[in-house]
Write a protein that binds this ligand. Structure first.
Ligand code: GAP
Length: 437
């Protein structure tokens, strides 16, 4: 399928099947903000759960944190964001639209009106949203909506390290909302002004920084492949020195082959001791670590894998979207890994029937504690299979008239469409084996 079509089809599917809606749609939408519907919220939650499981649950060297969005304004001075978290902004003198200078086409033409040579000189535009805390709007009440969750981790370094009694190398992970007043948001949920980010700050002895940086680049790449993104749709791209963030000595982007070309999916950065050192200076608190075994004190260096949950969900959707022809009819399906699929099992009575319905409810109640299920009895069975394929449901369980006699159901596989007859009393075990494989 041509790549531009793919994006349009994923956006349409998202709207049609309740994954993602334009925010405030009845008012005409609002500036590239999006809401997650009943199916989308499940997919996004599964993306975040998969990340948390890999980064926290399955490791004994990473702990979690949930810090506040509003923080002391000095945090953002210390972190360098007040001074340096900027993008270059240009105006088109002809149509008055604004653009990121580093996102302009090589032709030099305005992407909006086509005028050539119409841009103003680039000026720095700070991406942080400013607000005021409390009833008085003056300089003393200024606060920022966090543009990254990482700073919540750095300012809690001592709290977490002492209470968890972790020693470097160890990490602190966090998932939460971040806000950036992007000049040119767009490409659906790829770049938005409000998004969720999944970040882990991994604190290591200074001399071990480069080794752990390599380690996390490879670990993160593996995570995407394990969850079904094909290897040839991913690549690791080290930043050029002039691209590096103000805090980084080395960053690699894990890039994905989006329909419009290669683009950032996740960033892995070597932040050195920049953040802890700056917070020590600005707060007056000593954020160094005393290594008893080696009898030495140092400020840990930090390796940071940081990934947007929304952008990650988009990559999984794009990689999973397939169309195929089955017996002369088009079938659309999301080949999502069962760990990500919004609904794990659909329970479908063959038809709306007073004898089948109680059994379908019984099966649904049996499965509900173990799996996210959808009990669907509206429309023909063929249409219901297609609806489930479109949202990537890995297994459909059909209750038919034979079920009334043999207490068995038909289990249909999304990808192969093969069907197995399984006794109801073995169904949970059967599905658990299949879906965890
Ligand atoms: N603490 C490091 C940091 O914030 P970043 O590369 O600016 O690094 C991390 O952001 C990740 O967050 C990106 O790799 C991307 O997945 C996601 N992200 C960044 N800006 C975004 C935006 N405006 N909309 C959606 N996701 C975004």
């Amino acid at each position: 399928m041509a790549k531009p079509d793919l994006m349009e089809r994923v956006v349409n599917l998202s709207k049609r099947r309740g994954l993602v809606f334009p925010s405030s749609e009845i008012y005409g939408g609002f500036r590239s903000t999006w809401d997650y519907g009943p199916v989308g919220v499940l997919l996004k939650r599964n993306v975040k759960d998969a990340w948390w499981r890999t980064m926290v649950q399955l490791r004994d060297d990473v702990v979690g944190l949930d810090a506040a969005i509003l923080m002391h304004p000095r945090v953002w001075e210390a972190s360098g964001h007040v001074q340096a978290f900027t993008d270059p902004l240009v105006d088109c003198r002809n149509c008055k639209e604004r653009f990121r200078a580093d996102h302009l086409p090589e032709s030099g033409a305005c992407p909006n009106c086509g005028a050539k040579g119409s841009f103003t000189e680039a000026r720095r535009f700070n991406l942080m949203f400013e607000t005021h805390v409390g009833p008085v709007e003056d300089d003393a009440s200024v606060a920022y909506l966090r543009p990254e969750t990482a700073q919540g981790i750095f300012v809690n370094f001592l709290n977490v390290q002492t209470t968890s009694r972790k020693k470097p190398p160890f990490g602190i992970a966090q998932i939460g909302k971040a806000f950036r007043n992007e000049i040119t948001p767009g490409n659906f949920i790829f770049r938005t002004r409000e998004f969720e980010v999944m970040e882990m700050e991994y604190f290591v002895p200074p001399e071990d920084g480069p080794r752990w940086y390599e380690y996390w680049c490879q670990e993160r790449l593996r995570w995407f492949m394990d969850l079904g993104i094909p290897e040839d749709e991913l690549r690791l791209r080290p930043h050029d020195p002039d691209e590096l963030s103000h805090y980084s000595t080395g960053t690699s982007d894990i890039e994905f082959a989006y329909p419009w070309g290669w683009g950032e999916l996740e960033g892995v950065a070597n932040r050195t001791d920049y953040d802890l050192r700056r917070h020590s200076e600005y707060s007056g608190q000593d954020l160094s670590y005393y290594d008893q075994d080696a009898d030495r004190r140092y400020i840990p260096h930090v390796i940071e894998p940081a990934l947007g949950a929304d952008r990650c969900m988009l990559a999984f959707l794009l990689a999973a979207y397939h169309e195929e022809e089955v017996r002369g009819e088009k079938r659309t399906l999301l080949r999502l890994d069962p760990r990500l699929a919004p609904v794990a099992v659909a329970v479908l009575p063959l038809s709306r029937n007073e004898r089948l319905n109680p059994v379908a409810h019984e099966v649904a109640d049996l499965l509900r504690p173990r799996f996210m299920i959808d009990l669907d009895d509206a429309g023909s069975i063929g249409r219901r299979y297609r609806r489930q394929d479109e949202v990537g449901t890995p297994r459909c369980v059909t209750v038919d008239f034979d079920t009334l006699d043999d207490r068995a159901v038909t289990v249909r596989d999304r990808d192969s469409m093969s069907q197995d007859r399984v006794p109801i009393d073995k169904l949970v075990q059967h599905l658990e084996e299949q879906l965890s494989a």
